[in-house]
Design a protein around this ligand. Sequence first.
Ligand code: ZN
Length: 256
Amino acid sequence: MFFSQLATFPYFYYMKFPVIGELWAGAKHMFYPVVCEGCNKPLVGGEQVLCIACASILPETRYHAEPENESVLRFAGRLPFVHATSLAYFTADGLLQHLMHGLKYAGKKDIGIYLGKRLGSAIAQAQPMPGGTEWLADIDLIVPVPLHPKKQYKRGYNQSMLIAEGISKTTGIPVDAHALERVRQTESQTKKTRTERLANMEEAFRIKPGTDLHGKHVLLCDDVLTTGATLEACALALLKEETIKISITTIGIAVS
Ligand SMILES: [Zn+2]
């Protein structure tokens, strides 16, 4: 009981007294050793989120330099875009599904940063092919898919924003988390057809008034690509600025 109370040490103190927050973060590790999110073994020097063994089995797609990868094909014919890529395959009960659950429902924000950093460096290090990764050098800013403000308030953060921050850390490309805003809560998407989903998503997003995206190449980012309806709606909202170029990236791509 005592330890569980310690674990929820008020956020207030972190904000008000950063030194206390840092001391506390160090002290907490003495009670709770930092463990691998994949296998629960304690992490050792330099390891973050995953131990070396688990980090090496994340099923990476290596799509980044492929002009016609599966992420590209999922958006083909739906909207104009430059490139699309995803870091890893997302399968039911797979390692990535487990990590995403921790990121979205267990407050493990460091997972978002970690995966974003891996995605950023994977794209940057991909071997150039014809039509390869030159698109990355052309990106002006990273824009995460926004959550509805109510949902963000409840969760305390936007997981796509953390992913965007991670990508930014390894690519140096700035993030604009406010370029796009969610103006309407969408109904549950699970039992709808693609056409119904699109209609439901339409007008859910808009460029925040006063944001200048003239001539910018935007990298839109999200956690997992399934049907792509949310990303498509975001891209269509951004494309109301006619001079914009869009590329799309996600951590996971759902495969059966
Ligand atoms: Zn592990």
